[in-house]
Design a protein. Structure first.
Length: 202
């Protein structure tokens, strides 16, 4: 069967996701919806290490998963709520008097919708915090332009669900939870020089 351009165009209208249909939500501000003009669904990469294989060629194996962060651009409101919220979150990580620690951070949800309003995918960024806030450009030249601010969000991990337009995910990926490293003891076993100090070895 030959290629049908009209069939292809019809499938393009129905079956391909639109980049403009999305929403960004910060759990620290449940009553505030940030009007994002651009966002990203973040990616990840596999971290590897090289292990000895005796006299043979070394083996490179996956050991962890790495996340680079996510950038967003928000349109500013006349009440200053967006800038206030972003600065509030960055101050919870580092304030003017010094580092205070971001603790558990916040959860950031990015929802991608289809043309009918159904959810295509939803990403949850776990233990996220604002890494940077951009300058805000103000300009008399274009009186109708909307002021925007960019920010870069770092996070510990993300998980995502594929909904296919439905209300429940049909597949999930990523790291919804994670295991902290086992803390190492402050010091190892203490040994006593019995010849110098006497007594048993501990």
């Amino acid at each position: 069967m030959g290629f049908n351009i009209e069939e292809f165009k019809g499938r393009f209208k129905r079956d391909f996701a639109k980049a403009a249909l999305f929403e960004v939500f910060f759990s620290n501000f449940p009553d505030l919806r940030f009007q994002a003009s651009s966002a990203v669904l973040p990616g990840s990469s596999v971290v590897t290490d090289t292990f000895s294989n005796g006299p043979y060629r070394p083996i490179e194996r996956p050991i962890s998963r790495s996340y680079s962060g996510a950038g967003f651009t928000f349109m500013l409101d006349n009440e200053g709520r967006c800038l206030s919220a972003l600065n509030n979150m960055i101050d919870s990580s580092v304030d003017p008097s010094g580092f205070v620690g971001q603790g558990a951070g916040t959860s950031v949800s990015i929802t991608h919708y289809n043309q009918s309003g159904g959810v295509v995918t939803r990403y949850n960024l776990n233990e996220a915090f604002i890494g940077s806030i951009s300058d805000v450009a103000l300009d008399w030249a274009n009186g109708d332009a909307v002021a925007t601010v960019g920010c870069f969000v770092r996070f510990r991990s993300y998980s995502m669900g594929s909904f296919g337009g439905g209300s429940t995910p049909t597949a999930t990926f990523g790291e919804p939870t994670f295991t902290n490293k086992i803390p190492m003891p402050d010091s190892g076993v203490e040994f006593v020089d019995t010849e110098r100090f006497g007594g048993p070895t501990v």
